[in-house]
Design a protein around this ligand. Sequence first.
Ligand code: SIN
Length: 289
Amino acid sequence: MPKRSSNARTTRNGARPALDIRRYAPALGAEVRGVDLADGLDRATYEQVRAALLAHQVLFFKDQTEISPRTQIEIGRMFGELHMHPAAPQMAGYPEIFEIYVSRNSKIANGEFWHSDVSCDEVPPLGTILQLHVLPPIGGDTLFANMYAAHDALSEPMKRILEGLSAVHESEHVYRERYSDRGVDDTGREYPSATHPVVRTHPETGRKALYVNRTFTTRIKELEAAESEALLGFLFDHCEGIDFQIRYRWERNDVAFWDNRCAMHRAIWDYWPERRKGRRVTIKGDRPA
Ligand code: SIN
């Protein structure tokens, strides 16, 4: 029987039904039902998804079928120009697609430590849309953390100190030879680094979020080395606090769409030697301000 296009469903008066959006946990996140992204996104549904992303920071689309690379690219482009990853291997014919693949031969798993995607770029990504097609029988969850809440929980004196500070985000130590097991020879390639405010204001919600992470952030520019190390150590531990987090257990073909401007994430590699596989597109954002 042909697959019913959930995007073609309409109410009796011809309008698109509203998506079923339910909060995942108090910290952040929402589950979304009522659309199969494999069919693409119509304009009205796009508007609902965009508003939901701003409200919940990460969306988990349930009851999905496999999205073709072309459709995933088209959906990503509705939210903005696509970002090209500086290190990861590109999918043949679809350079915008980043294939997530972990197997018994992997040296590392992508996103194993807390991060906001590619925060080492001058203009880091707005958001990321990831669908997982192959999951281990158990494990392979992803953690997400709310960086508005991490900011808001700080004392007023600490907030005032952070307002004047900027941090360096580097990637040489992250990406050099990282994908050699997948055939990437990065000899001669230069990896990006950038300086961003420690507290950024989200360009769409106007809310303040902490914007440092253990993967890419290496020092606070205005401080002495020992001061920078101590303050970053405190901030990393603070941001990773369980009060700000959720842990997402994937089902096959689930799609996660997260906002890198106000959420961090960490993929847990607790399933070796099993495989985990999917595709992601990443959408360009704004220069953090
Ligand atoms: C990532 O894109 O950082 C990885 C997320 C995941 O595989 O769960």
